[in-house]
Ligand binder design. Structure first.
Ligand SMILES: Nc1ncnc2c1ncn2[C@@H]1O[C@H](COP(=O)(O)OP(=O)(O)OP(=O)(O)O)[C@@H](O)[C@H]1O
Length: 270
């Protein structure tokens, strides 16, 4: 379904992503790991067409993604919705309006400017917020929410686009461990229940092992590992991170742990 072949991005002489190739044959949850600067963000941004590729190809369901233009390109960008470390919400706008922004592609600028969204979309936005356990915050400004709540709003905005793929660029890097669990659980559920593919850049090994079906390791722009969490041994991790014998997994751990006690109801997913 998703075929990436020799995908390359050069900034000047430097290859930020160097001939990356992999195939995904069915929706799954994939974690991309690697040290800072390994090329993880650039890879995701090329898939979403936010950054133009220098060379290579991306095919999704038989279509040449890198050749899409105009409306077709925008449709692709809705089909592979992106979420970011810093949430990228409009801080002063309320939560529902932020979520409705996910339908921006489908409506005219005038309708959007005046917040004239179809009622059906508003109901859908509320349903999605409910599913993510944050519907009671629908009328609040985005900036009034905690980081974990804001990331769930960003996920809700992505889901409004009904994407086939969710690309998550370090989705939990700004969150405390408890909120990291809530956000990763939400992404996993979205994969399992909706059959959407999730590709997440993760800076921590334990998260990749715990949540992903497949892990891709990048080092200096190249894919140096592609396998299951079981195959991701400490030795392999050391190679990916380019670390010496003193490599400690703890250095790449968020220490996400199952909460000892059940989470408060307000924090649980619906
Ligand atoms: N717009 C740009 N112009 C020049 N160099 C860039 C640009 N974007 C990224 N790079 C370089 O490309 C390399 C890969 O960066 P990228 O952000 O993709 O890595 P990353 O693995 O996502 O790192 P991090 O985890 O720190 O975000 C880095 O050396 C970075 O400095």
């Amino acid at each position: 379904m998703l075929h990436i072949n020799a995908l390359t991005k050069r900034f000047g002489d430097k290859a930020a992503v160097d001939a990356a190739s992999f195939q995904v044959d069915k929706p799954m949850m994939i974690g991309i790991i690697g040290a800072s600067g390994a090329g993880k963000s650039t890879l995701l941004r090329m898939l979403n067409r936010l950054t133009p590729a220098s060379e290579g190809s991306v095919e999704f369901e038989g279509r040449d993604v890198l050749g899409l233009k105009g409306r077709d390109k925008r449709n692709w960008q809705s089909q592979c919705a992106m979420i970011f470390q810093q949430f990228n919400l409009v801080p002063r706008m309320d939560v529902v309006a932020n979520v409705l922004h996910g339908t921006l592609n489908r409506h005219s600028t005038v309708r959007t400017l005046f917040n004239l969204y179809p009622e059906a979309d508003i109901h859908r936005a509320i349903d999605i917020l409910e599913r993510l356990g944050i519907a009671e915050n629908a009328a609040k400004r985005a900036e009034a929410l905690s980081g974990g709540q804001q990331q769930r709003v960003a996920i809700a905005r992505a889901l409004m686009q009904d994407p086939k793929i969710i690309l998550a660029d370090e989705p939990i890097a700004s969150l405390d461990p408890m909120n990291a669990v809530i956000v990763m659980d939400a992404l996993r559920r979205i994969h399992e229940e909706d059959g959407r593919m999730v590709i997440a850049n993760l800076h921590t090994l334990d998260t990749a092992r715990r949540y992903c079906d497949r892990v891709i390791g990048m080092r200096q722009g190249r894919i140096v590992f592609d396998g299951t969490p079981d195959q991701l041994t400490t030795g392999v991790a050391r190679d990916i991170y380019g670390a010496g014998a003193d490599f400690s997994e703890e250095a790449t751990s968020t220490a996400i742990e199952q909460p000892q006690k059940p989470l408060p109801e307000s924090l649980q997913l619906a």
